[in-house]
Design a protein around this ligand. Structure first.
Ligand SMILES: *[C@@H]1O[C@H](CO)[C@@H](O)[C@H](O)[C@H]1NC(C)=O
Ligand SMILES: *[C@@H]1O[C@H](CO)[C@@H](O)[C@H](O)[C@H]1NC(C)=O
Ligand SMILES: *[C@@H]1O[C@H](CO)[C@@H](O)[C@H](O)[C@H]1NC(C)=O
Ligand SMILES: *[C@@H]1O[C@H](CO)[C@@H](O)[C@H](O)[C@H]1NC(C)=O
Ligand SMILES: *[C@@H]1O[C@H](CO)[C@@H](O)[C@H](O)[C@H]1NC(C)=O
Ligand SMILES: *[C@@H]1O[C@H](CO)[C@@H](O)[C@H](O)[C@H]1NC(C)=O
Ligand SMILES: *[C@@H]1O[C@H](CO)[C@@H](O)[C@H](O)[C@H]1NC(C)=O
Length: 405
């Protein structure tokens, strides 16, 4: 799977030597991220983009799990609610989508690359197709600035052609690094930012903690944060519970886990232990169609044709969903199950209706991807993507039980 020949790998090796030695941090390297909302086409379009994304991830994951390195597109274009990171690349600043479902970092969709004096053009063509968008260009090596003062030497794509990224500059790829294999003709693995921080002595662990905040919790100005190298103690409460990456394809090729979901005080089973994705680039929470039917029956929800979302008369009638991950139960409250009401009309819904963020994956249990814990889930729990130990951790946060709707 991993080849280590070719120009790119020797340049990648050289880039480690070029890196300025920095004192190794026990504390995380912190990068603030800001929420970005794309309301185009309302929730109906959002759900279509979500579905296109996890269906493509599924097809690509199955192919990869049998060593078929077909470059099947993964849509990660500007969808619904996403987080953006401001990252310095060379002598410019770029607004990049934080994506755990893809692994190439690239710029150039909007603003041109401004090389620093350290810039190296590797001459290596690079391209990733995201289904409803994508880019092609060339792989460069230059300084990447995280926050105000952390610099690393990073190989990244500079797009000369791209589609699907209006007003955004590209992607900060935080998925498993071997997803980069098919993006260049050499099939080399291109180290991610998380990898390079360790290789260049900036952090001790190939790990990134993702802190999202419920849309309305921060006084209407939602904030998020990435922490590289170590979880940030100020972003969660209690313990982090880790669970191994799932071994079930195709979720095994991404950040995927096994989990159980039940509904309400009676713990009505929706999903028995099964595999799926944990994904920052999917907006809603998706479950297998049979689980979705049980959820709809349990909540007396009605599918609203205009928005594609389930709707209920009142939040008062909802009970919590319970996710069992790594042997621990996490509570996803009634309030967490509601689409932010302040965004109802923006997304094509009616102002006073109560819409739900739990949606149908479109395939029955047993397909390999029986859930996608998307953005709306990750807003309620601190999530740690630990590459060194192939595990994902979850913890409660100060906002887990917030009533924001
Ligand atoms: C944790 O996050 C806060 C900001 O939210 C930051 O000020 C702090 O430096 C980070 N690191 C540690 C070790 O707490
Ligand atoms: C690789 O996988 C793709 C998608 O599943 C399939 O269309 C293609 O035929 C496969 N190629 C080979 C050589 O198996
Ligand atoms: C990039 O952003 C950082 C932090 O916001 C700022 O200090 C720096 O001056 C910016 N650099 C450029 C070239 O705009
Ligand atoms: C963009 O870059 C790719 C890969 O290097 C190259 O094949 C293509 O011809 C370039 N296109 C343009 C318009 O420069
Ligand atoms: C955290 O884990 C430790 C050791 O397993 C346990 O003793 C403690 O009660 C846990 N704390 C919380 C807040 O869950
Ligand atoms: C996840 O579930 C699958 C299917 O039940 C099982 O084979 C596997 O051992 C479980 N655990 C992990 C870590 O994949
Ligand atoms: C929303 O408001 C409209 C107009 O005031 C009303 O007709 C409708 O019944 C309300 N719907 C709900 C779900 O409260």
């Amino acid at each position: 799977m991993r080849t280590s020949n070719g120009l790119l790998s020797s340049i990648l090796l050289a880039s480690r030597i070029l890196a300025t030695p920095i004192q190794i941090n026990n504390s995380p390297i912190t990068l603030p991220i800001a929420v970005h909302i794309n309301a185009e086409g309302g929730t109906l379009a959002l759900i279509n983009r979500d579905r296109a994304r996890f269906q493509a991830m599924t097809a690509r994951g199955f192919a990869k799990s049998v060593e078929n390195n077909t470059n099947i597109p993964i849509p990660v274009n500007d969808n619904g609610q996403i987080y953006l990171a401001n990252v310095g690349v060379g002598a410019g600043n770029y607004s990049l989508i934080v994506d755990t479902g893809s692994s190439n970092t690239w710029i150039g969709a909007n603003k041109p690359y401004i090389p620093s004096p350290k810039s190296i053009d590797t001459g290596m063509p690079v391209g990733v197709s995201y289904g409803s968008g994508g880019f092609i260009g060339e792989e460069y090596i230059d300084t990447l600035t995280i926050g105000s003062d952390v610099q690393l030497i990073q190989s990244f794509g500079v797009a000369n052609e791209s589609a699907g990224f209006n007003g955004l500059d590209g992607i900060l790829g935080l998925g498993p690094d071997d997803l980069t294999e098919v993006s260049t003709p050499s099939n080399d693995v291109i180290p991610t930012v998380t990898d390079n921080m360790v290789m260049q002595g900036i952090t001790k662990a190939r790990l990134v903690g993702v802190s999202f905040v419920p849309s309305e919790s921060a006084g209407g100005v939602p904030n998020g944060q990435l922490d590289f190298g170590a979880p940030n103690l100020s972003k969660y409460v209690g313990n982090i519970t880790f669970t191994p990456k799932t071994t079930t394809a195709p979720a095994s090729e991404y950040w995927g886990i096994n989990q159980t979901i039940t509904y309400g005080d009676a713990r009505t089973p929706l999903l028995s232990p099964t595999s799926g994705f944990v994904d920052t680039g999917t907006t809603l929470l998706y479950i297998a169609s049979d689980a979705f039917e049980t959820y709809q029956a349990s909540t007396n929800a009605v599918l609203d044709e205009t928005t594609g979302l389930l709707t209920v008369d009142s939040v008062e009638n909802l009970q919590s969903l319970f996710f069992t991950i790594g042997g621990r139960e996490f509570e996803f409250t009634p309030n967490a199950q509601i689409w932010p009401q302040s965004m109802n009309s923006l997304m094509g819904g009616s102002t006073n209706a109560t819409y739900l963020v739990v949606n149908n994956i479109g395939t029955p249990t047993g397909s390999g991807v029986d859930f996608v814990d998307g953005f709306v889930f990750l807003q309620r729990f601190y999530t740690v993507f630990d590459s060194d130990n192939s595990q994902i951790g979850f913890a409660n946060t100060a906002n887990t039980l917030d009533d924001v709707n």
